[in-house]
Design a protein around this ligand. Sequence first.
Ligand code: C2E
Ligand code: MG
Ligand code: MG
Length: 672
Amino acid sequence: MPKKRKKNIKRKNQNNERSYSFHCTDYKVKPIKDAIIVSGFYGLFGLIWIVLSDEILYFFIKNVSLYKQAQTYKGWVYVILTIVLIFTLVRNRSLLVGKTLKEMRQAYEELQVTYEELVATEEELIDQKKFNDNIFMDAHAIIATWDKQGRIKSINPFGQDLLGYTEKEIYNKKWSDLFLTKEKRQNINYFKLISQGEQYKNYESQFITKNNKIIDILWNNNMMSYQNKPDEILSIGTDITERKKLGEKLKKAAYYDVMTGLPNRLLIGNEMKQLIDDNIPFSLAHIDIDNFKQINDTLGHSVGDLFLQHIANKLLHIIELPNRVAKLSGDEFVVLFLHTYTKNELKKELERIIQELGKSWEYNHYVFFVSYSIGVVNFPESGNDRNTLLRNADIAMYKAKKEGKGRCSFYSDAILKDNSENIKLSNQLQYAIKNNELFLYYQPQFNIATGKITGLEALVRWIHPENGFIPPNKFIPIAEETGQIHEIEKWIIETALNQKKAFEQDGKQDITISINLSSKALASDINFQGIEALFASYDVDYSHITIEVTETAIIADIDVAVERLNKLKKLGMKIALDDFGTGYSSLTHLKDIPIDTVKLDRSFVKNIENDGKESIIIKAILFLAIDLGYEVVAEGIETEVQLDYLKKNNCKTGQGFLISRPLPIEEIKDKL
Ligand code: C2E
Ligand code: MG
Ligand code: MG
């Protein structure tokens, strides 16, 4: 029985109902009723006894003395019977009361346990509710419920803050009307879909807040079924706006160059792949800034970055859709031309781009002369996949560099032919010295004011028995690559020094001979030691020998170059910086290099006639160089206008076809 009771109570507890009861024996303690029953029985018995006992006794005993005696015994019997009666009655009652009390005590104990359980359960429930309330109130997520019609039934404070509405403002309003743009308010019955078990977990959507801010939210929706109210959907939304922004940023970082914001190699590669897949013809120009390194070396990387940003901005403005521009790496840019240009049209377009990019860049009183080497490929002629095309554009760009920078080269089969031609040339070059195919020509350098020849620049010539004249710009880079330059250079120096000696013996001590040194001569330890020893072995007036080196040769490793140039200077030679104006030549940079002469490149001199900004720059450079104590030799003077301008601006020495082309020594002797 107690077990059953307990069960009863427990079941009700589980249902969370607060009323409870228990059952026990039907006996109830009622003192008056009990007293009436006991005394009633006693009275009834006494009455029966009084009425019947004498009659019964007389019926059995007729003798008077015996009857009297029996009367006494009858009294005793009465007492005994009443004792038995009362004893029985009282005992039964007491037994019943005792049993009841025991049961009550048990029931009480059970009640106590149940009560404690109930208290615990209630506390648990309170805690649970508190917990739920805390989640609802404090969660960093939108928690909202809405009904079948999409009407909002509740929303937590976080949701209210984020969306900009109070609960009152949005209660019973349709969430799609409040938070979605008109276009997005499609006729999707989310309620139906979710109630049918459609998974709307981790569902992303964009909401518009009251302040018209667009936020990204990640939703998780759940159906909530109640016993006595209509079903609702519980939506929990996390604000992922920042996360999405970060994602966008990461995507940007993957596809765009951080410094310039231009598409990077990956993105342009993908676009190329798309075009290749769709078989759409295109051209790609790989633009490399010649000697960009110098800008970094002179003014530091942050200025180099500024320059690249400047170029990127220019390119963005110049290149029009559908053509695209991207940054491959460092100082390399590419332009993807979707227009199908002819080769000449493309050349013109590239010229326009270079013109727009500008040939000089000013920063903080520094003027950098910029040139661009460009390699061009065409799809499908130059390759069938993006990697091949990019590689071939690179090869073409290097060809442009080799041919003297600041130019454009088209990748075509010619390049391959060129390569095999180069191999052939380098094979033939081996015999050039032995077969006396090399000649040293001399080009006069003259005093601009008087026209008097003051020096001669030694320029090597290769007259090939079959191919005829091969320009130094063609075979010197090959010789530099194969290492043959060392032998050729030795021959040039010997020939020039022998000539110098001959001049001295001829009484022409004042003629300065200029010898070009290749970048390899300065860069290689062994080559330089050989050259140094060679110079030391001659006995000539070294104050009338000038060594011409280019900036590129020096910048490669400035400390080593300076050390080596100083060794030559110790012999008495002068150092001239050749081709000044083709790189990022900066005059302040020059003060670290032990030079005596600056040779203004002929591309520079050519611009004199343009009468624009560049002629002003030339003026400034001449002024500065002279001010810094350098002698200036202007190269490539071809016109009187150029000569006049240089004269007016105090340039002392000149060199160029106007006075004389490089000539064999016999012809030079006549000129002298
Ligand atoms: P560079 O040292 O700047 O030589 C000047 C070049 O300009 C020469 O070309 C010369 O013929 C050319 N030039 C001179 N005046 C004019 C002019 O008025 N108009 C035009 N259009 N050109 C003019 P070249 O001889 O073809 O030499 C080209 C380059 O090859 C030289 O440039 C030099 O870097 C290199 N080179 C030539 N000879 C030697 C040499 O003996 N040793 C080394 N290492 N390099 C040499
Ligand atoms: Mg030179
Ligand atoms: Mg030069």
